[in-house]
Each structure stands twice: as C-alpha cells, then as structure tokens.
Design a protein. Structure first.
Length: 207
C-alpha cells in the first residue's frame, strides 16, 4: 500500500450528499476488471457523454480539477453496498483524499486499507474550502497533512481533523491490516511452536 503523508492540490468541489458506491463504480465494471483499470470507470455514468467523450458539466472533468488528488463532498459519501472497488476507482482517477462530513462505514474502512485518506470535517469548513477554490481554481491549493492532522485551505486557514492513531500510523507507513499483522510474524511463529508443544493434539489436523 502506498504511504500517505501530505498531499497538495486543487480540491474538486463535488459538493453532493449521499454519493453511493454504485455511482462511484458500476457493479458490472467490477466483473473481469483488474484493480488497476478501474479508474477509467469511476463515476462513469456522469463522467462521460454517450460517445464516451468527457461530460463538460461534470466538475471533476473541468480544467484545473481534472486529475486532482483531493475531493470535497457532502454528507454520507461512499454509502450503499460494500464495494472496495469504489476506493480503487477513485484512486485510479488520481484521488488520494476525500474530505466530507461523514462516510459510509464500510467505504470508510476500505479507504484505510488501500491508502486513500477519508477526512471528516464539518460541512461549513468544507464549504469554505470549496468557495476559496472556486474563486481561483487555477491557483487555489489545498493541503492535507496526515502527520500534523490538519487541512490547510487555499487562504491558509489551518483546520484540524481527528483520525484513529493506529490507522494514522498505518497509513503513514503504508501498511494495511495484513502488513501490520506480518510485522509480528516472529512472535506469531513463536506462539505457534509453543502451543504445538503444549497441545499437539490440537494441531494434528492442521496442514
């Protein structure tokens, strides 16, 4: 997993509530598609016109927002069905951080397992970032600093956010749950050997 420390970019003001995982990535695109190819299909129904050209009315397609690494949204982003591919699709289109007041629970967890940082901020703060960005989108830069746990707006306002300490450390080091577990591989192996010696009968059917 790619580590996350600080990202800076022109934040995409996708200021909508209840953006569900089916909007982010249609279910049919998860069949037979590798993780690396899902970025092309992110927001597919809204992102493209019938001829597959970019829809100019879709904010992430517009000038300075295209390919940006930060997205702004309203309440309940990533709600709907459990779909890890939604995170993969967002990352495939270049997004490394989504800032919203709240997230779908499973989507929120999936973000931390894949290196996409979900930041919870009050909607008023997000609107300020969006307004400052829209004033001069070509020059407005938002910074998300996970080490300091702050978002810095285009006008330089510093807004703190909270994040679980364990999840923060894992993202800073680029470790998902499996990688975190493997850090304790020697201790796990030592426990296994000790338990085998004490309870050999319990391991007889274990390959």
């Amino acid at each position: 997993m790619q580590a996350f420390r600080t990202v800076e970019g022109t934040a995409i003001p996708l200021m909508e509530a209840n953006v569900d995982t089916d909007v982010i990535i249609p279910i049919q695109r998860l069949v037979g598609s590798g993780r690396e190819g899902l970025g092309e299909y992110a927001f597919e129904r809204r992102r493209y016109l019938p001829d597959r050209s970019d829809n100019p009315d879709f904010v992430p397609n517009q000038g300075p927002y295209k390919g940006s690494n930060i997205m702004l949204a309203a309440e309940n982003f990533g709600c709907g069905s459990s779909r890890e591919g939604a995170v993969w699709a967002l990352m495939g289109m270049g997004v490394r951080c989504v800032i919203a007041p709240s997230f779908g629970d499973i989507f929120f967890s999936n973000c931390f397992q894949n290196g996409l940082l979900p930041v919870r901020l009050p909607i008023e703060a997000i609107r300020r970032i969006a307004e400052q960005t829209e004033e001069s989108p070509g020059n407005a830069r938002t910074t998300v600093d996970l080490e300091r746990k702050v978002v810095i707006t285009p006008r330089g306002e510093t807004i703190p956010f909270t994040v679980d300490d364990r999840k923060r450390e894992a993202m800073l080091d680029g470790l998902d749950d499996i990688s975190l577990t493997m850090k304790h591989a020697e201790a796990i192996a030592a426990w296994r050997d000790k338990d085998k010696a004490a309870r050999s009968w319990a391991w007889e059917s274990v390959a």
